[in-house]
Write a protein that binds this ligand. Sequence first.
Ligand code: THU
Length: 131
Amino acid sequence: MNPSELVKEAFQALEHAHAPYSEYLVGAALLCADGTVFRGCNVENASYGLTNCAERTAIFSAIAAGQREFIGMAIAASGESTPYPCGACRQVMVEFCQQDFPVYVAKSDGFDTISLGELLPNSFEFGASDA
Ligand code: THU
């Protein structure tokens, strides 16, 4: 699957968002090494802090299904601004993806590509050494 098809999957995922509080719909599509795509949407809660972002929904679904190798992720959202992933989702990506992992953020005229290393440089990894 190519990046623009993955972006389309993210837009389809967005249709399932549960976002009655923010009314900001987010969809994510995660491409696995075996070609499987896991979709995620944001799932809000009346207790706001319990909200799960679209990106983490997709990653956790893939992990729960036994996937461990990821090729790329597309993100789409309602609204005008480019849907860069939040800090929490960046940190979760670091747990499972390499620095060159590509993230495709949807725009009105297509998408931009940014690597995980650019999104979260010098990230925390348990027990990692600088040497
Ligand atoms: N949201 C995501 O789904 N992904 C992000 O990376 C940022 C924020 C959701 C959470 C909440 O439902 C809504 O967007 C507004 O913050």
